[in-house]
Design a protein around this ligand. Structure first.
Ligand code: PMP
Length: 359
């Protein structure tokens, strides 16, 4: 059986749109794509040798090569898109038959999996994390029906911050072999004290990993993320993806962030975020208004306050915004606090201490 047998038959048989940029290489005279012959007014040109009046390479080779090196996977296993959000949507569209198949998630977790499922009319099976916000693999496997096509696991999990072990991921992928795709969202893995599950890719053809440049790499505004998966899955998704997913300025920004200097700076910043996360957690647990700080392997802390609404309002008056995650199951009373720069974190702590004194 091929992994593609799990995909929707009409997508497998789809005659993909063929774009001008994929049909022909660049040449001196480019008259094949109905582009303008002139660069746009007011834009400093060229952008690292790339003209904005030309459509970008759909999967730019230089960026693909850098990401393959960064993630230690073969280029054929990478699909680059507009953030990892795009891959979530593409996976559900390609693998789930309308009105028939389901996806599964382990709440409380990142909201886009269920939103993409709802947009496409897919049933979303919810297998809640246990009392310590960890994944119970036995419960998950028990609850998954035959109609399941994709399970999304988030590690470290947003918004609770916990990791899923490689042993658990391997067990789930093995149990769902020839049945469903297992997608591990590693948007925050750079901040974790554990390696990426990409090392498991060669062992499980139904495994996929989501990575993004939006978090550790500071490129949320450029919208660059990837799916790492079996090369047949990647080719299938490329067929349903719009022709030019990555804007040229985003490609240029990503290449700049991933050069040797960028790598070094990013490594330092990850170290800083991790040490600040621990400093923040230690300071928060000492505050009387804090009930619990969940252990986090990400660049945020999920914190339970005795009166989260009051804390959030008062922080806002002090110019500090944090996220209320109380709408998630079992997270009533919790706020998610992103780890910022040292100065920003100190400002947060000072504001919280002031509240304790005045409140
Ligand atoms: N996965 C998780 C767990 C996230 O928290 C986010 C963004 N908050 C994303 C994916 C999407 O990231 P992006 O589209 O910027 O790559």
């Amino acid at each position: 059986m091929s992994i593609l047998d799990l995909a929707r038959p009409e997508i497998r048989g789809l005659q993909a749109y063929s774009s001008a940029r994929t049909e022909a290489a660049m040449a001196e005279v480019m008259l094949n794509a109905n582009e303008s012959a002139w660069p746009p007014a007011g834009v400093p040109m060229p952008l690292h040798g790339r003209s904005l009046n030309r459509y970008p390479d759909p999967q730019p080779r230089d960026l693909l090569a850098r990401l393959a090196e960064l993630y230690s996977v073969d280029e054929s296993r990478i699909l680059m898109g507009r953030g990892s959000d795009e891959a979530i949507d593409l996976l559900i569209r390609a693998f789930r038959r309308p009105g028939m198949d389901a996806i599964a998630i382990a709440p409380p977790t990142f909201g886009m999996y269920s939103v993409c499922a709802a947009i496409q009319g897919a049933k979303c099976i919810q297998v809640p994390l246990d009392r310590r916000f960890e994944l119970d693999v036995d419960v998950l496997l028990e609850k998954l029906p035959a109609s399941l096509k994709v399970v999304f696991l988030c590690s470290p999990n947003n918004p609770t911050g916990g990791l899923i072990s490689h042993a658990s991921i391997g067990r789930i992928a093995t149990a769902l072999h020839e049945r469903a795709l297992v997608i591990v969202d590693e948007a925050y893995i750079e901040f974790a004290n554990a390696p990426s599950a990409t090392v498991l890719l060669g062992r499980h053809e139904n495994l996929g990993i989501l990575r993004t440049l939006s978090k550790a790499w500071g490129l949320a505004g450029a919208r660059v993320g990837c799916l790492l998966a079996d090369s047949e899955v990647i080719s299938l998704l490329r067929r349903i993806m719009p022709p030019y997913p990555l804007p040229t300025p985003s490609i240029v920004a990503a290449l700049a962030a991933l050069n040797a200097e960028g790598l070094e700076l990013t490594r330092q910043r990850i170290g800083l975020v991790v040490s600040e996360r621990e400093r923040l957690a230690a300071a928060l647990v000492r505050l009387p208004s804090v009930v619990e700080v969940l252990p986090s392997q990400a660049n945020f802390l999920c914190v339970r306050f005795d009166d989260a609404a009051r804390v959030q309002r008062s922080l806002q008056r002090d110019g500090v915004i944090v996220r209320d995650v109380g709408r998630h199951p079992r997270l009533e009373g919790y706020l998610r606090i992103t780890v910022g720069s040292r100065e920003e974190n100190s400002r947060l702590l000072e504001a919280l201490v002031r509240q304790e004194v005045s409140g």
